[in-house]
Design a protein. Structure first.
Length: 132
């Protein structure tokens, strides 16, 4: 008898962690991208996000396969990725505040002026309206 070929089982088993499978490559990639997220101000946020995701995948895979080779590098990748996200977000927020503040301020001041004008109009017209 010949063994039957079942591609679904092979595809599923290829995705599952094997006993002793190494996730060191993902840990190294996470660490390298985490360090890059610290030094690149423009791309710190997206590179930091990728570093954190790779670190989480590596740590989960290490826990499932019980092979903790590279755990420290995955941790360094996660920490530097999170710091890179925060450091990369600061210039973006400063840029948005500097360039958006004048329009936000003028919008707010116009609304405040309209509100004061409405209050003045109500005070002027309300005594005449209520007295008969």
């Amino acid at each position: 008898m010949t063994a039957s070929y079942e591609p679904e089982k092979e595809a599923v088993s290829a995705c599952l962690p094997r006993s002793g499978q190494s996730y060191k490559g993902l840990a190294v990639a996470s660490m390298v991208l985490g360090i890059l997220s610290l030094v690149s101000l423009c791309f710190g946020v997206p590179v930091g996000i990728v570093a954190v995701v790779l670190s989480v995948v590596a740590k989960n895979g290490m826990r499932k396969s019980e092979n903790y080779d590279g755990k420290e590098m995955a941790t360094v990748g996660m920490v530097t990725g999170i710091i890179g996200i925060v450091v990369g977000a600061v210039p973006i927020l400063i840029f948005l505040l500097v360039h958006a503040w004048p329009s936000v301020k003028s919008w707010f001041m116009n609304d405040l002026d309209n509100l004061q004008n409405d209050a003045t109009n109500v005070q002027q017209w309300s005594p005449r309206f209520w007295t008969w």
